[in-house]
Design a protein around this ligand. Structure first.
Ligand code: ADP
Ligand code: ASP
Ligand code: MG
Length: 426
């Protein structure tokens, strides 16, 4: 017997028929003798719909009220799953974020889980009741509803798994594991049986939305065993306990696995893309100490994350252009803030472009091997793809390109790093 947290994403919860499938999977896990807590997302498309209502109501919306609106999608699905389980004769009840509570800190709309009072949950699970929790939502110190950022139900699931000391956290989604790149873009993407926390963290943070970034860092910190697997398989599919999906493992476990199986660790693990960034160029910024601080301090104070940054070679008259990216969702706020600080920063023009994409290659092998970036630039150049900005970390290289070239770039790089699945290669 084990204690399992099962998380179901939006497509798995889209409508009563799908919810019935989910309830069946939950029931099967319980029938194997496991104690089960379930974390659910809103129905696919619902959160987008709710976000749009907020934008229509007030384009510069108050994040606290935004949270009230968008948290509602998960309340609906958690109640519906509890009802469906009850209809099947399973004991089940929902526990909303404020009821447990799931305490969170930091900004509304991107809150961070601090503590979960899991006593009642554990008692329910031990009593044979399925605990159903809406993902994505929590409670602030002020007693208001918060949400954990888009895709945040993954983080809710990992946080619940850590709080109840679960043996495993199964993240059920619409693909059967983590692939070398988004399998919806590259048909030859390969499923990874294992991926390390570090690589998954980097992949998620550069756009592999199969897991929310914070869920991976939390799992790494709390030593939660996470599996990504599909909720869309037939009744004859192997049970989750046989680990049919992708397991996220520590670096040491990965070393052991590769050694046992006599495999080499890949130089590049995966490729991700992100179309949610926007580029801002400030022209003719004074080229003197402190100038960039005038640009980035107000953005940081407003919790706007700046990602890639380039300062061009100075022009004549001690001026330079500064290029950087921010999340598209924060573009309007960033632009308004920068305009308000125009005098202090001293720029000439502000140019924005939301039609950009960031393509990243990730792999721990980069730590010890040179040439990964060179391969990337050559592959892109051979296809005439223009690179607008570059950023690197120890295990990642990212480039900013025209959004229209996203699919092409991902495919070209997937082939360039030898990641294409052999059986489907032409
Ligand atoms: P859910 O609604 O279940 O949370 P998401 O849409 O958030 O599901 O995440 C699953 C999607 O992530 C897949 O449908 C796939 O298109 C996308 N994805 C992006 N990168 C990868 C990857 N490397 N491996 C698997 N899926 C990926
Ligand atoms: N429903 C939320 C979203 O779409 C949270 C989640 O599904 O993980 O972002
Ligand atoms: Mg998701």
């Amino acid at each position: 017997m084990a204690r399992i947290v099962m998380k179901f994403g939006g497509t798995s919860m889209a409508g009563t028929e799908r919810i019935r499938r989910v309830a069946n999977l939950v029931r099967k896990q319980q029938a194997r003798g496991h104690e089960v807590a379930v974390v659910v997302s809103a129905m696919a498309g619902e959160t987008d719909r709710l976000v749009n209502f907020c934008r229509e109501a007030n384009p510069l919306y108050d994040p606290a009220e935004y949270d009230v609106v968008v948290a509602s999608g998960e309340q609906v699905t958690s109640g519906l799953l509890a009802l469906t389980l009850q209809a099947m004769g399973c004991k089940a009840r929902s526990w909303l974020g404020w009821q447990l509570p799931i305490r969170t800190a930091e900004a509304h709309s991107k809150a961070r889980v601090e503590t979960i009072d899991a006593e009642a949950l554990i008692a329910a699970m031990q009593g044979g009741e399925v605990a159903v929790l809406p993902g994505f939502q929590g409670l602030s110190a002020e007693g208001r509803v918060t949400t954990l950022g888009r895709g945040g139900s993954d983080t809710s699931a990992v946080a619940v798994a850590a709080a109840v000391h679960a043996d495993r956290c199964d993240i059920y989604t619409d693909v059967d594991g983590v692939y070398t790149t988004d399998p919806r873009i590259v048909a030859r993407a390969r499923k990874l049986k294992y991926v390390t926390y570090e690589e998954m963290l980097e992949l998620a943070s550069v756009g592999a939305k199969v897991l929310q970034t914070r869920s991976v860092s939390l799992a790494m910190k709390e030593h939660v065993r996470v599996q990504v697997l599909s909720s869309f398989l037939g009744d004859d599919a192997p049970p989750a306990d046989d680990l049919p999906g992708t397991m996220i493992v520590s670096d040491e476990e990965m070393d052991k696995i590769t050694e046992d199986q006599d495999m080499e660790r890949q130089l590049v693990t995966g490729i991700a893309h992100d179309k949610n960034e926007a580029r801002i160029v400030l022209t003719r910024v004074p080229d003197r100490p402190g100038a960039v601080s005038h640009i980035f301090s107000p953005l940081a104070d407003a919790s706007i994350n700046v990602d890639m940054i380039i300062q061009n070679v100075g022009r004549d008259k001690g001026e330079t252009d500064v290029t950087f990216t921010v999340p598209q969702a924060d573009l309007a706020r960033a632009q308004a803030l920068l305009e308000a600080k125009r005098g202090e920063i001293g720029f000439n023009r502000i140019i924005t472009d939301a039609k950009v994409a960031k393509i990243s290659v990730v792999g721990v092998g980069m730590k010890s091997h040179a040439g990964v970036a060179a391969t990337m630039f050559k592959a892109m150049a051979d296809r005439g793809i223009n690179v607008q900005a570059i950023s690197t970390s120890e295990i990642k290289v990212s480039v900013l390109i025209d959004e229209d070239e996203t699919e092409l770039a991902v495919r070209v790089l997937h082939t360039a790093y030898g990641l294409d699945a052999e059986d489907e290669a032409a």
